[in-house]
Design a protein around this ligand. Structure first.
Ligand SMILES: O=C(O)C1=C[C@@H](OP(=O)(O)O)[C@@H](O)[C@H](O)C1
Ligand SMILES: C=C(OP(=O)(O)O)C(=O)O
Length: 425
């Protein structure tokens, strides 16, 4: 798909938007199911590029995964089976890049792992170094993709200190596979604190729910005892980070958007959008029917630390660009290693639409402005598409380039967006 001209805001928006399952939960469940002691069912999985890449990767390593309606049935990998060398494509999926190598190393097979050109720029050093220290033999040029895990590798486990200040996925990938290591894992972060804390909590919760003995005796020190996860029978929650884009439409238009099925308890980063929406001046109601957001007549500027929930930043930056006054988005330096350097991308694209942006190493200061018409470039970043759609609500003529890139986590985004805006009260 090429360019997309998203609709402008309707007079009064009052829409209900049902969003598909969570990427982060789908891919964690798939990894646990591939390692489990018996078969699993994952109900209501997200079907998107990142999750299909995970399915493909685990199948190449020997898991049997079949679809039945909206469910996936998974027969775990037989780690004693060995096998021919395999090649795995990560696309641009951080979860595949950081969660699959530990499992690949545990199969003892030769595995070559590569991804999109932009994936080769994403940090992989901690994964490569950790697996090497845990017993694997890996070759990689410049500590990044592509990498080769050599046949005969094994992961003994044991004590490991890492510096995971650039991505929580280094920690999650090791913790998810740790129960399959003969010695388990005693893992500590010794560098800058780990970003995206919400995603670590998600990892700890899914592990514990699968019967894995995992503890965090002190902050950023985790202990996983050996012992395989149990087979799963789980229902995937809606993707709350994807939901944030639709809820942002309520904020941008002073209208109402409801997302049904919002979980009362969740570890998803997207749940923090409730706090963020309130900071912009919205009314937020969560009950059995879902999460309902009523946008204010006029957005308030915000000062937010997004370090724990960084993936919400592009959509929050779009709202900040529409809020009269100056907003500060802090704690987001690690977003320079996401799908693209998101601070640079947001700064360039907002600047081109006439918004003043002060880009710091780990922060953006954005002063809301009336937007100029223009093309919004997306840098192969699904969340840039979502941010552009939010901006287009308020601008004369914004064209989003390469809307198809949104398929990374939400192939049906443009259709859902247009349907939402057609649902005028
Ligand atoms: O584990 C996960 O599912 C994710 C962790 C986070 O990564 P970082 O810690 O690299 O930000 C998040 O931004 C990403 O979208 C998904
Ligand atoms: C950072 C993101 O993705 P990934 O899982 O590829 O890191 C994201 O979805 O915003």
């Amino acid at each position: 798909m090429g360019d997309w001209r998203p609709p402008r805001a309707p007079e009064a928006l009052d829409a209900v938007v049902t969003v598909p399952g969570s990427k982060s939960l789908t891919n964690r469940y798939l990894v646990l199911a591939a390692l489990a002691d018996s078969e699993s069912i994952i109900r209501g999985w997200l079907r998107s590029r990142d999750t299909e890449l995970m399915v493909g990767a685990l199948r190449s390593l020997g898991a049997e995964i079949t679809e039945s309606g909206d469910d996936l049935h998974v027969t775990p990998i037989d780690f004693t089976a060995g096998g021919e060398p395999v090649a795995i494509d990560c696309g641009l999926a951080g979860t595949v890049m950081r969660f699959v190598p530990p499992i690949a190393a545990a199969t003892g097979r030769e595995v070559v792992i590569d991804g999109d050109e932009q994936a080769r720029a994403r940090p992989m050093d901690v994964t490569i170094d950790s697996l090497t220290r845990l017993g694997a033999s890996i070759t990689a040029v410049d500590d990044s993709l592509p990498l080769t895990i050599h046949a005969g590798s094994e992961l003994r486990g044991g004590h490991l200190e890492i510096a995971a200040g650039t991505s929580s996925q280094f920690v999650s990938g090791l913790l998810l596979a740790a129960a399959a290591m003969p010695l388990g894992l005693d893992l500590s972060n010794r560098g800058d604190s780990v970003p995206s804390r919400a995603h670590i909590d998600m990892t700890l919760e899914v592990l514990a729910d699968a019967g894995v003995d995992v503890t965090e005796p002190e902050p950023e020190h985790w202990i996983v005892e050996p012992g395989l996860p149990r087979g799963l029978d789980v229902v995937v929650e809606p993707d709350l980070s994807n939901a944030a884009a639709f809820l942002a439409a309520a904020l941008a238009t002073g209208g109402t958007v409801t997302v049904p099925g919002w979980p009362a308890h969740t570890t998803q980063a997207g749940d923090d959008f409730r706090r963020i929406a309130e900071a912009f001046g919205a009314e937020v109601d969560l009950d059995r029917r879902g999460l309902r957001i009523l946008g204010p007549q006029r957005l308030s500027p915000v000062d937010l630390d997004l370090s724990a929930v960084g993936e919400l930043t592009p959509v929050v930056a779009a709202l900040a660009a529409l809020a009269p006054g100056t907003s500060h988005l802090r704690g987001i330096g690690h977003l320079r290693g996401h799908e693209t350097d998101r601070l640079a991308a947001l700064s360039a694209e907002l600047g081109a639409l006439g918004v003043e942006v002060d880009e710091r190493p780990d922060a953006l200061t954005i002063t809301g402005a009336r937007l100029r018409a223009g093309t919004w470039h997306t840098y192969h970043d699904h969340r840039m598409v979502m941010a552009g759609a939010v901006l287009a609500l308020a601008a004369e003529d914004i064209v989003i380039e390469d809307v198809g890139t949104v398929a990374k986590t939400l192939p049906e985004f443009a259709g859902l967006w247009e349907a939402m805006l057609a649902a005028e009260a």
